[in-house]
Write a protein that binds this ligand. Structure first.
Ligand SMILES: [Zn+2]
Length: 134
């Protein structure tokens, strides 16, 4: 597992320092969506001594390298997704929870014409949900 994660970092061009490896083990423990604060708390709980700045820098680097995917929910809340293949999300506005929607579960009937000189870099849908009000 340890070797696997350091290989993965190297393959994506991220030098596997001890702190990056420790954080990567938390992130890739299971499929999950983490804010920087979530990861900081999880790291402390796992006994990893790391600063908040290192958590932010590491997440930024991992996102740049394609190791995690940034999910920007409403412009103020940024989550990091350990699942990098294309998929969509439910976002619970009451709880802040993100839930995966498989890519094939969403079918777009029609796409608008792309602006001239551009190509699609992917379509990501966030379906906002809240507790039903009766
Ligand atoms: Zn996801």
């Amino acid at each position: 597992m340890h070797a696997h994660i350091s290989d993965r970092l190297r393959q994506h061009g991220a030098k596997p320092t001890a702190q990056r490896l420790a954080l990567a083990r938390v992130i890739f423990e299971r499929p999950q969506h983490l804010s920087a604060d979530d990861l900081f708390r999880a790291a402390l709980a796992a006994g990893i001594r790391v600063s908040k700045a290192t958590v932010y820098n590491t997440l930024n680097l991992f996102a740049e390298c394609g190791l995690v995917r940034e999910v920007n929910v409403d412009g103020s809340r940024l989550y990091y997704d350990s699942t990098t293949r294309p998929h969509h999300h439910f976002f619970n506005v009451d709880t802040g929870e993100l839930i995966d929607i498989p890519e094939h579960a969403v079918r777009l009937a029609e796409m608008p014409e792309l602006p001239p000189g551009t190509e699609s870099a992917g379509v990501e849908m966030v379906v906002k949900v809240r507790k039903r009000r009766s």
